[in-house]
Design a protein around this ligand. Structure first.
Ligand SMILES: [Zn+2]
Length: 426
């Protein structure tokens, strides 16, 4: 029968001698079916990876639908041409590279099963990945006690490279990246499992890795800014080892965090209370399961230390430290000097530039204010000085020039000191 003639090997072989599709012509036409044919004449692609190269075409379609539609169009064109005895020369390659969709026609035209080829871009991993990963994302979000989430994607650079190379080679400008498809598809499917996507403030960000299929909840960083105060003299909060402190332990526990850092705290001297305006600081908490900072005005306390939550303290904690001053109240005693002499000498420090060598480091700064009252045998001074300077050393003279001891020629001691505030100079 005439209609079956094209099945005879000789006829098929003749048909395959038809000229190959000319790529230069495609550049002018930019017909998606012809472009897809050109791509498939060289690279095997799964439906999804083929469709993604044309993601900008058609609305409300998945890339898998786009890819399948393109493959079916090509398949029918080849079939029609073959029926007319004009199967194009690229038919064998294109049908092979289409995979399962074209198996039936290939067998009919060429009398054998096509060679099995994996998708050039995703190695046939993407469909399975999109099936199994959303469940892992949902599990991770629930494990972290969240209901809202956001998906981040990390794609093997070689996969991205192959996709980019292919787009460049065929000048395909309407494609979407595999990373963007993964984020969208996994997000959509995880939502179907009862979660809600939140782009602005997700409870948990889950990073999914392609092709491994790992889904890792990303530790979020929680910032709590406020004013730090301390009523006890025997405690101090170390900026380098902040976790060894009762207040910090309390914060870690409250926010279910695993790590903590502090910004804005230059030092918290042992023996010195921090009162009044306190020290503006920002605690940076890592791996927090609690997603938001306590409301403004909340006071978090532990063993005589406290943090009053204040959003605007963050700006101060960020300030250039050279622009901050510390205000201290110091009760001073100097053996062999009268309170009047001490007051006079202490007040003469006002406006002086001091150089100090403390713990091997040399710092310099200005004593901004020094005002004293005589209280019995003692002198109570309010001293404000650049934050880099140490008030105890300014009084005692250890490593400080000038110092109160130096000016008096007698040993002066700060018997009691309180920090009344850390203030920014505007
Ligand atoms: Zn693929």
């Amino acid at each position: 029968m005439r209609s079956n003639d094209f099945l005879r090997p000789a006829l098929v072989n003749n048909a395959l001698k038809a000229p190959l599709l000319r790529l230069s012509a495609l550049e002018r036409v930019a017909d998606p079916v012809e472009q897809a044919t050109a791509v498939l004449s060289k690279y095997p692609l799964c439906d999804r990876c083929l469709g993604r190269l044309f993601a900008g075409l058609g609305r409300g379609l998945s890339n898998a639908e786009r890819g399948r539609a393109l493959k079916l169009s090509i398949l029918m064109r080849i079939h029609a041409a073959a029926l007319a005895g004009q199967a194009p020369g690229y038919a064998k390659e294109v049908l092979t590279n289409m995979g399962q969709t074209a198996e039936g026609l290939y067998e009919q035209l060429f009398g054998s099963r096509p060679e099995r080829r994996a998708c050039y871009i995703c190695n046939d991993k993407l469909d399975e990945f999109l099936e199994s990963t959303p469940e892992k994302v949902a599990r991770a979000v629930r494990e972290w006690g969240g209901t809202t989430f956001l998906v981040g994607a990390s794609v093997d650079p070689e996969v991205v490279q192959r996709e980019e190379k292919l787009k460049a080679e065929f000048k395909l400008a309407l494609g979407e990246s595999i990373k963007s498809e993964i984020k969208r598809e996994v997000g959509k499917r995880a939502q179907a499992l009862g979660l809600r996507v939140d782009f602005a403030r997700p409870d948990v960000v889950v990073l999914v890795r392609f092709p491994s299929g790992d889904a890792e909840p990303q530790p979020r960083r929680l910032m709590i800014s406020g004013v730090y105060r301390k009523l006890r003299r025997d405690l101090s909060l170390s900026p380098r080892e902040p976790s060894l402190n009762p207040l910090t332990s309390r914060l870690l526990e409250m926010t279910q965090s695993s790590r903590v850092g502090i910004k804005g705290l230059v030092r918290d001297e042992r023996g010195v209370r921090a009162l009044g305006l306190g020290i503006p600081v920002t605690f940076l908490l890592g791996g927090s399961r609690v997603r938001s900072a306590p409301p403004e005005g909340t006071v978090i306390e532990s063993e005589g230390a406290s943090l009053e939550v204040k959003g605007d303290a963050a700006a101060v904690a960020d300030e250039d430290l050279s622009r901050r001053v510390r205000v201290y109240r110091c009760v001073i005693y100097a053996e062999g000097a009268s309170p009047a002499e001490v007051k006079l000498a202490a007040e003469s420090l006002k406006g002086r530039e001091a150089r100090q060598k403390v713990m091997g480091r040399t710092v310099s700064g200005v004593v901004r204010e020094a005002a004293c009252n005589i209280v019995g045998d003692l002198v109570e001074c309010l001293i404000s000085l650049d934050e880099k300077l140490y008030v105890m050393e300014l009084v005692s003279g250890r490593g400080s020039e000038p110092s109160l001891s130096g000016l008096l020629g007698k040993e002066a001691t700060c018997v009691e000191a309180d920090l009344l505030g850390v203030i920014s100079l505007r």
